[in-house]
Design a protein around this ligand. Structure first.
Ligand code: MF3
Ligand code: CO
Length: 248
């Protein structure tokens, strides 16, 4: 495999889709309140995809049965919306992908349900800060490993663990393409980023150990120690000056 560079026109299309994805995620955020079931978020998401005239890129991906992933507390990623009821103090990551005019963008936000404990707020803020610092670091000519290096410094520096089994990825023509984008420093530096590379940066971290397991539904990934996990994600494009966030 190799990196599929995108033209300026393709990046413009991804930016358009990414803006819609941002609006969908933030409309979903507004719905989040204690007592709501994750399936209600899925139903609302389906309406929003329809309203904007874009496809839900996750639906049917390797058989995934829903438009969005709704991962609560100890659920790390890929939790299928269902009967779980959100309670005050929970946190939920909503992850979604948009396919618009044949090109995909991928993004996730983590949202607080009502009031959450200060230690949980700080935990989410650390993940958001790690994503922002990674975005600030990205520019043409750097090796991919620099992204994971800054994320790891921030996350471990704050006393949390990186979930090392889950990584960011190239995105665009398909949901997962090259390059792989680990959230930690690896001996392999990874490829050099060139203008036109599009990829998802997605720090994923746990309050306890970073070990994970998959539940019997074959999708939901949880922390082994059932500690709270958080994920945030943006799709970005490498530009001559640095990088552009496409999902905002
Ligand atoms: N954003 C998720 C990822 O990069 C996409 C999950 S696809 C799904 O892994 F089908 F599992 F939902
Ligand atoms: Co992703």
């Amino acid at each position: 495999m190799s990196i599929i560079l995108k033209t300026e026109e393709e990046i413009a299309i991804m930016k358009e889709g990414g803006k819609i994805l941002h609006d969908i995620l933030h409309s979903l955020k507004e719905k989040i309140t204690p007592g709501i079931k994750t399936y209600e978020l899925e139903e609302y998401a389906q309406k929003l995809f329809k309203k904007y005239g874009v496809e839900a890129a996750f639906k049917g991906y390797q058989g995934y049965p829903a438009a969005i992933c709704t991962s609560v507390n100890e659920e790390v990623v890929h939790s299928v919306p269902g009967n779980r009821i959100l309670r005050e103090g929970d946190i939920i990551s909503i992850d979604a992908g948009v396919r618009s005019k044949g090109l995909i963008t991928d993004s996730a936000i983590t949202v607080k349900v009502g009031n959450v404990a200060p230690r949980i707020s700080k935990f989410i803020e650390t993940c958001e800060k790690a994503l922002q610092k990674a975005i600030d670091t990205v520019r043409p000519g750097i090796h991919v490993v620099e992204i994971g290096t800054v994320i790891q410094e921030i996350v471990e520096g704050a006393g949390y663990s990186i979930v090392k089994d889950l990584i960011g990825h190239g995105v665009g023509k398909t949901l997962h393409e090259d390059p792989e984008v680990p959230n930690f420093k690896t001996p392999y530096k990874g490829p050099i980023l060139e203008v036109g590379t599009t990829f998802a940066i997605e720090p994923i971290m746990a309050m306890g150990e970073g070990e994970i397991e998959t539940l019997d539904d074959k999708w939901t990934i949880v922390t082994r120690d059932r500690s709270v996990a958080v994920q945030v994600e943006h799709t970005v494009a490498i530009t001559p000056n640095g990088c552009e966030v496409l999902t905002k």
